[in-house]
Design a binder for this molecule. Structure first.
Ligand code: UD1
Ligand code: PEP
Length: 429
């Protein structure tokens, strides 16, 4: 196990490149199960979620190879419906996509309940409602979901909650079902369009991905294809926030600016100079930032996954800001850690109230989840002195080569092995 150390307080400058989107990657990889010949996915991020999914595909008989570190070739021909009750599936949220993909191909699957960031309750009732509507029998036995269907038949499914995972999972299960499936109140995130694009290239018939009604006409066979993943809008957004917090001119490369309009608008409201190009966003040096209120919403609203990094930035803004997370009830675990770094923040229900500006101080802190980790990295770069972050394994789930990328902008970050004593302290905390 490792910790991340940051010598903060220095301005960052230069160009930083965004990797492929985690939340696309973790759905595209299971989607390859549905094909009858090899699929190539180009531009995958080097993150642990991708590595775990690779080994899960191998566990069910897939042949998975990498070309140029970021292009994955999956040969799904010898895959079988092997039960995957827990173990690795608990290490990430998106293992739930194995349910939809394996149900779609084999008409049966046994998959452990997913893990992922602890952000409050994260039920999968809408996924199950969708599978059942398509004709599957679904039971939960000792922490694993058992799915079985004699035949999958298209259905009209209204999602009671707008859910990224349920929308994609139902698409995966429905593309080979008999007849027409209509998903109403679907989520509209760009990653849904990316998955629909891969499935369409494989031969699926999907209309309306990216709107709140998705229509799928089932097909019998899906074939291999080449697909290039979209850039990670959350990684790009993290770099935009970082540029506003400690940048002296940061150019973010390989980004789709349209995916980040809500963040761009909020940063501009704070006084951050931003220029957007076709595939790049430039964040100018920011001075005298103003506090702004933020409410997280489903896409195209302000993403919950950027809420935690954004609160770190708000510590340097003048005034009082209210940050409300309407998606998750427990996404404020980073706040206690920011307080250790001298932030002035209180949490009231689903809102955090941040008063600024304050000068953050380096401290020993713990990342409780992926974006809490991103928030603490930004706070560490803003701080005077050294910051030590444990819980680095959460950050590794979603940020590809973060240390190298930030050091390329002039930051001083490094990883160190935890001592035996530190590991014991961590286990008992
Ligand atoms: C792997 C992946 O893509 N993760 C993203 C995905 O997570 P995930 O797919 O888990 O998030 P959802 O969009 O499903 O969840 C949104 C909200 O709906 C609720 N809900 C969801 C499903 C369900 O069956 N029942 C239910 O009540 C959740 O508890 C949450 O409050 O979208 C989230 C919201 O943008 C992001 O934070 C995650 O980064
Ligand atoms: C919550 C997140 O991820 P996951 O859904 O994979 O836990 C995230 O990416 O911020």
């Amino acid at each position: 196990m490792e910790k991340l150390k940051i010598a903060g307080g220095y301005p960052l400058k230069g160009t930083i490149k965004v990797s492929g989107a985690k939340n696309s990657a973790v759905a595209l990889i299971p989607a390859t199960i549905l094909a009858e010949s090899p699929v190539t996915i180009e531009g995958l991020p080097d993150i642990s979620d991708v590595q775990i999914l690779k080994s899960l595909l191998e566990e069910i008989g897939g042949k998975v190879t990498f070309k140029n570190d970021e292009d994955m070739i999956v040969d799904p021909r010898k895959m079988v419906s092997m039960p995957l009750p827990n173990g690795k599936v608990k290490k990430l949220r998106a293992s739930y996509y194995l349910m939809g993909a394996m149900l779609g191909r084999f008409k049966k699957a046994v998959i452990g309940l997913p893990g992922g960031c602890h952000l409050g309750p994260r039920p999968i009732d809408q996924h199950i409602k969708g599978f059942e509507a398509l004709g599957a029998k679904v039971t939960n036995e000792q922490g694993a979901i058992y799915l079985r269907a004699d035949e999958l038949r298209g259905a009209r499914i209204y999602l009671d909650v707008v859910s990224v995972g349920a929308t994609i999972n139902i698409m995966l299960a429905a593309v080979k079902a008999k007849g027409k499936t209509i998903i109403e109140n679907a989520a509209k995130e760009p990653e849904i369009i990316d998955v629909a694009t891969l499935l369409t290239n494989m031969g699926a018939n999907i209309k309306g991905a990216g709107t709140d009604i998705i229509r799928i006409e089932g097909v019998d066979v899906l074939n291999g294809c080449h697909h290039t993943i979209i850039p990670d809008r959350i990684e790009a957004g993290t770099f935009m926030i970082l540029g506003a917090a400690v940048g002296d001119g940061v150019l973010i490369d390989n980004v789709i600016p349209h995916h980040l309009e809500s963040l761009t608008a909020k940063l501009r409201e704070m006084g951050v100079p931003i220029e957007t190009g076709d595939e790049q966003i430039f964040i100018g040096k920011s001075e005298n930032l103003k506090a702004v209120d933020v409410k997280t919403l489903v896409y195209p609203g302000f993403p919950t996954d950027l809420q935690q990094p954004f609160t770190a930035l708000l510590t340097k803004a003048e005034g009082s800001a209210v940050v409300t997370d309407t998606i998750y009830s427990g996404r404020f675990k980073h706040i206690d850690e920011l307080r250790r770094m001298n932030a002035s923040v209180k949490v009231e229900g689903r809102s955090a109230i941040i008063s600024g500006p304050v000068k953050l101080q380096g401290a020993r802190v713990k990342a409780s989840d992926l974006r809490a980790g991103a928030a603490l990295v930004i706070a560490g770069l803003m701080s005077e002195g050294i910051t030590e972050i444990t819980g680095v394994e959460h950050i590794d789930r979603g940020y590809s080569n973060l240390v190298e990328k930030l050091n390329g902008l002039g930051a001083t970050l490094w990883r160190e092995r935890l001592t035996q004593q530190e590991m014991e302290q961590l286990k008992s905390s």
